[in-house]
Design a protein around this ligand. Structure first.
Ligand code: FAD
Length: 508
C-alpha cells in the first residue's frame, strides 16, 4: 500500500526529510490548504497568500519530478479544513495506513499529529545547523545560555568564516561596528518586486474572497512564490544590500522600510531557501572582496547564531514556553497595534508598514513595538498572537522565543540576559522618527512628553526587586535614585496617566 507523505506549508524544500524517506513509485504526497491553519490567528493577507502560492508552485514542481501529489485546495468542496482530517480522508482514499511527516515547527501541530488515529512517523527536520538533540546537549549543565557561545560552536561546526580553528579576522563578533544611524539621503537599495504569475494571481483572488476580514493589505503583492524567485531575491541581497548590512543593521528611517535588510526570512522559513547556502553565498562575497567582514559576519551570525539559538530554546523549553509570563504582565494589547492609529511616530511607522508589507525589520520589532509592549506591561500572549499574525515570516518556533524571551523577558532570561527596555533617547539616536513626532523626546514628563520616557522608568520601578541586583542595570537604578524628587514624581504621574489611557482604550 502507498504511504502518505505529509508536506506542510513551511516545509517546501525538495530535500526535506519526509521526501527523502519516501518512494516516488509507491507513495502519495499530501498537501492541504486548510482553514484551521489560516485562521487560528488573524494572519496577514500577504502571509496567507505567500504560503498558499508557494505551496501550489511546490506541488507543481513535485509533479514535474514524477511524484503523485494529493493536493487539497482551500475551496475544494471535499476539504475538511484540518490537517488531521485531511490525512484521514486521504488515507481512506488511497488505502494508506502509514504517514511519513517531517516534525512540524510548532508544538501544537506535533501533538495534533501524535493524536491523529493513523500510524504517523515524525522525522527530525534537519534543515537547521543544530538538531534539537545537539542543542539540548550544548545547553546541558550550563547556568545560563548565551547566544554568543552557541554561535561560536556553529561557526566551528560549519567552518563558516573560519581561518583554521580561529575566527576570520581574529574576532568572533564585529557587532560594535554595526550601530550606525542611517542618513536619509543615502541611496537605498529598493527590494526586488517579483511578477505574479497565473498561479499566484489565482491565490490572491482566493485570499480576497475567503479571508475578507483578515489583517493587512494584500496588494500590491510583490513576494516571490517560487524557488527561482526566492533565489533571485537572495542574489539581489548579496549584491545590493549585504555590503552595508552591518553598518546600518540597527538604524531606522521614516519612509525607508527596508534599509539594508535581506528580506529573506519568509523564504527561509517556508523552505524556499536554504540557510547554510545563504551563509556560504555571503561568505563568498566577503572572500571575493565585495562585502566587508563586519557585514558578512553580522549576517551569518543572525542565521547560524540567532535563528538557530531561538529555535533551540523553543524546542528545549517545551510546549508551555509560549504561555510563560515571568513579569506577570497582563495589560491588553492596545488597538493601535492593529491600526497604526497613534501619535507616536515610531510606532505609527512600524505598524503602518506592517499593515502594508507584512514586514518590519528587526529593530522596529525589538525596540519600537517590542520595547513599548515590555515597558507598558502588555500580556505576552496577546503580544505573541499579534507578532504571529502580522509578519509573513512568523511561525511559532521563531516568533515565540523572540516575543516571550527577547522582548518581554517573560521566560526569566533564557533568551535575553537583561530586558531590552529603552527610553525615547534610544529611538532618537537610531532613527529620525522623533523630529516629526507629536511628542517631544527630550521631554521626560507631563503633557507632550514621549511616552517611552516615563514608561521606561515606570517599568524599572515596577520590577525593581527583580532587576536592581543585575550588574548591567544597577547604573539605571542609581540614576533614578539620584533624580530630584519632583522629577521622579512627575515621571510617575505621567506613566500612570498613559497607562490609564491605554486601559481606557484612549488614543495615545
Ligand atoms: P535581516 O535583518 O536581513 O536578518 C537576516 C536573517 O537573520 C533573517 O532573515 C532571519 O532569518 C535571521 N534572524 C535575525 N534575527 C533573528 C532572530 N532574532 N530570530 C530568528 N532569526 C533571526 N523572525 C522570523 O523569521 N519570524 C518571526 O516570526 C520573527 N518574529 C520576531 C519577533 C520579535 C519581537 C523580534 C524582536 C524579532 C522577530 N524575528 C522573527 C527576528 C527578525 O526580526 C526577523 O527575522 C527579521 O526582521 C526578518 O527580516 P530580514 O529577513 O530582512 O532579516
Amino acid at each position: 500500500a502507498p504511504r502518505l507523505i505529509l508536506i506542510l506549508g513551511d516545509q517546501l524544500s525538495p530535500d526535506i526529510a519526509a521526501l527523502r524517506a519516501a518512494d516516488p513509485g509507491r507513495d502519495v504526497v499530501v498537501m492541504a490548504e486548510v482553514r484551521d491553519e489560516g485562521t487560528y490567528v488573524p494572519h496577514h493577507a500577504k502571509k496567507i497568500a505567500l504560503i498558499l502560492a508557494a505551496m501550489r508552485h511546490f506541488a507543481a514542481e513535485l509533479v514535474d519530478h514524477g511524484w503523485r501529489v494529493a493536493y487539497t485546495r482551500l475551496d475544494d468542496p471535499e476539504n475538511r479544513h484540518a490537517i488531521s482530517k485531511e490525512l484521514m480522508r486521504r488515507a481512506e482514499e488511497y488505502g494508506a495506513e502509514e504517514v511519513i511527516a517531517t516534525a512540524p515547527g510548532e508544538w501544537r501541530l506535533r501533538s495534533l499529529l501524535d493524536h491523529t488515529p493513523l500510524k504517523i512517523r515524525q522525522l527530525a527536520d534537519d534543515r537547521f545547523v543544530s538538531s534539537e538533540e545537539e542543542f539540548a546537549a550544548w545547553a546541558e549543565g550550563r547556568k545560563s545560555l548565551r547566544m554568543e557561545y552557541f554561535y561560536r560552536e556553529m561557526r566551528r561546526k560549519t567552518g563558516l568564516l573560519m581561518d583554521g580553528d580561529q575566527p576570520e579576522g581574529g574576532k568572533w563578533n564585529y557587532d560594535h561596528d554595526n550601530r550606525k544611524p542611517a542618513e536619509a539621503d543615502l541611496f537605498m537599495p529598493q527590494p526586488l518586486h517579483h511578477q505574479t504569475d497565473d498561479i499566484t494571481r489565482e491565490v490572491l483572488e482566493l485570499v480576497e474572497r475567503e479571508f475578507p476580514e483578515t489583517f493587512g493589505q494584500l496588494r500590491p503583492f510583490w513576494f516571490a512564490t517560487t524557488r527561482e524567485g526566492a533565489e533571485a531575491a537572495a542574489e539581489w541581497f548579496m549584491s545590493e544590500a549585504l555590503p552595508r548590512f552591518g553598518d546600518y543593521q540597527d538604524a531606522m528611517l521614516e519612509g525607508e522600510r527596508f534599509l539594508y535588510h535581506s528580506l529573506l526570512s519568509f523564504y527561509l522559513n517556508v523552505g524556499l531557501l536554504d540557510p547554510i547556502a545563504l551563509c556560504r553565498a555571503a561568505e563568498d562575497e566577503y572572500r571575493a572582496g565585495n562585502a566587508p567582514l563586519n557585514a558578512v559576519e553580522g549576517y551569518i551570525r543572525q542565521i547560524i547564531g540567532w535563528r538557530e539559538f531561538i529555535r533551540g530554546i523553543y524546542f528545549l523549553e517545551g510546549p508551555d514556553y509560549p504561555q510563560r509570563n515571568g513579569l506577570e504582565a497582563t495589560r491588553k494589547l492596545p488597538d493601535f497595534y492593529w491600526t497604526g492609529d497613534t501619535d507616536m511616530a515610531c510606532v505609527r511607522a512600524a505598524v503602518t508598514q506592517t499593515i502594508e508589507e507584512a514586514y518590519a525589520h528587526h529593530i522596529q520589532r525589538l525596540m519600537v513595538t517590542g520595547n513599548f509592549a515590555l515597558i507598558a506591561g502588555l500580556s505576552p500572549q496577546e503580544v505573541g498572537e499579534w507578532y504571529l499574525a502580522v509578519y509573513a515570516d512568523a511561525f511559532e518556533w521563531v516568533e515565540s522565543p523572540n516575543v516571550v524571551g527577547m522582548i518581554l523577558f517573560a521566560d526569566g532570561g533564557m533568551v535575553a540576559s537583561k530586558p531590552y527596555a529603552a527610553s525615547g533617547a534610544y529611538i532618537n539616536r537610531m532613527s529620525d522618527h522623533c523630529k516629526g513626532c507629536h511628542y517631544s523626546v527630550s521631554k521626560k514628563s507631563g503633557e507632550g512628553a514621549c511616552p517611552f520616557n516615563p514608561l521606561y522608568w515606570d517599568f524599572l520601578n515596577r520590577h525593581r526587586e527583580r532587576f536592581q541586583g543585575n550588574p548591567r542595570m544597577a547604573q539605571m537604578y542609581r540614576t533614578w535614585d539620584r533624580m530630584a524628587e519632583d522629577k521622579r514624581k512627575a515621571s510617575e504621574e505621567s506613566a500612570a496617566a498613559i497607562l490609564a489611557k491605554l486601559d481606557a482604550g484612549e488614543r495615545i
